[in-house]
Structure formats: structure tokens, C-alpha cells
Design a protein around this ligand. Sequence first.
Ligand SMILES: [Zn+2]
Length: 377
Amino acid sequence: MRFSEIYGNEALKARLVRMVDENRLGHALLFVEQEGMGALAFAIALSQYLNCTNRSGGDSCGECSSCRRHAHLTYPDLHFSFPISTSPKLSDSEKKTPICSYFLRDFSALVQENPYFDSHDLYTALGIENKAGAITVAEAKEIANTLSLQPYESQYKIQVIWEPEKMNSDSANKLLKLLEEPPAGTLFLLVTHKIEKMLTTVLSRCQIIRLQPEQRSNMAAILEQKFGIGKEEAMDFATISGGSVGKAFSAVENAGESGQNELLVQEMLEAALSKTLTGVLDVADALASMGKDRQKQWCVIAEGFVRKMFVTSQGLESIAFLNNDEKEFIERMVPRIKETFYSRAADALDAALRLLDSNVSAKLIFADLANRFYLYI
Ligand SMILES: [Zn+2]
């Protein structure tokens, strides 16, 4: 991955290049981003630039032996850790103590296909959908072992950790030890989506690099060029992406699935408004039977939809960015919905999202949510 192949965050490319050129790279960088902004691509491009034997014009060459192996993620001094769980893809002995190297083939196929992936994409690729991935103590030991060895050919042993916030306290403490006394030549490249869940002692050892959301017009231009879609449609997708390239790409690619999610939102609202309790609970059942990540996506989409309804109810339809289907539905519903519904529904969806990360059963969470919609509307 060359810097020039990454979409957006131009200033960051220049900053990373300067850090290498001026020999100012610390031993731990923490990239902070919203999912899909491309921090992993930046980490790989940085390693590629650092090890390229023929750099020029602020980028790696893309052709030397090191660059070619970076492209396939087979460079021997570049290591990856990420959240995992047991998977039917593992052998019986591997299932006892899973570590990331068992999943490396699937991980690298995913990165090569789409470096802007989110955790839902990762878990699907690893065959651990519906489970909560973690970076375990066994993996933290692997990291320590890897870093204790001499690099093969680089000046550095580069350890990428995707979502270090998914370390439990034991593994995070192991990481902290490594950050406090890094073996010579170690470079940590961490990518977090929830900096608030990381140990402050870990944060204090890292140089923090924040990725910026892409401007809507830039994003639309990227989408027009990549997918050959029209300007108006590209602006629609850019609007719902929140400035995340990966979200925008998957919105274009999965227009069908998110459309389905939105239909379920509409179905629940329609049933609630017509006071059909069984209809509301049917939707809740359908949601409860989905995988956890899809359930979370649904909550996010539902929140976005409720926000669009609220904005429309305030006479600000022009900034709700509705497509034709939404416009028809929302204009029909809004005059019949209580003013207080929107904020109460948004709170209920927030609560559901939080509970989905706990051990409460999805059936209960969605039955409760459905009841609230039924009562609040
Ligand atoms: Zn090169």
C-alpha cells in the first residue's frame, strides 16, 4: 500500500513521511479514527515507506522486493494482532488457545480486498460472527515473543495492533510493559476506534495521531470516481458516511442491506403508530435473530432515521437529505407522531446499543425497544 493509494487525509500522509525522513519516528504511534477512515492503510503504508529501498517523491516505490511483500502482507518484520475468538475455521488444537497467526491468511485476504474494513467485516472474514472478539493474554505473549527476536531485514520489528481497546486488563498490562521497555528496534502502530476504552498509562506512552473525517464534497468526488455513480447519489452516500471512507464504500456496495435495515425501521414505526403490538414485536423478533454486528448497525440506522424524522418535523427537510422513498414515508408519518417521540426513541436506541455490548439477551433488548416505540410514538 503506497500513501498515494489511500483516499483522503492528505495532511497526514505528508506528516508521516516527514516523521520518517527527519528520523523523528517514536517507538509507538496510536492512530485514532472512526471505523473505516483508513488508519490501518496508513499503518501499512508507513511500514512500506520505512522499508522501501527506492523511496521517491514522498512515497514508497511500490515495486521493490520490500514493497511487493508489503502489498501481500508477507513482509517478515511486519506483524499484525487483532481481536479474535474461537472459530469453526480452527483445528481442535488451535481452538484451545487461539492466536492471531492462525487467522493470518483470512486477515491478509481481507486487508488486500478492503483495507477500510470494520469489525463486522473482520469477524465475518475470521468466521467469528456473533461473538465478541478480544486480544487475549496468549496473543500478548506472542507479541512479546515476536518483539524479543532480531528483525530479519528491517531496522525495525513493526507490530500493528488493530483495536488495542479489545485487550482485557491482563493483556493490556503486558502491552504496557512492552511500551515501557520496548525491545530495541520496536515500532508499535496501534489503531483504535475507542480511545476512551484504553488504559491512560498506555496512551501516555504513544504518540497520538488523529484521522480527520473526509469533507462531504471530497468524499462524493471519491465515490463518483471509484464507483462511477452520479453526483447526487454520491452526495447521498457521502452524507451518511460521516466522513468515513470505509463507511461510504460499504454504503454504496451494500445499498441493498442498509435498505433492508431501513425497511425494518419503517415497519416498526408503522406498527407502533397503528398500535399493532404484535407487528412491533414481530420486528423485534426479526432483529433478535440477527448477528450482533448487524443488530448494532440496525440501531445506528434507526437513530439516523429518527433524526431525519425529527429534522423534517422541525421544517428543516432540506438538511435531512432524504431519498424519495424516505421522503414519502417520513412526510406521511411525521404529522401523526408526538413531538416527544424523537428524543425518547433516540435515547432508547442508545440504550439498546449499549446493552448489545453487555450480556443481556438480544431478545429482551429488542422486545423492550419495541415496547418503548409503541408507547412513545
Ligand atoms: Zn519500494
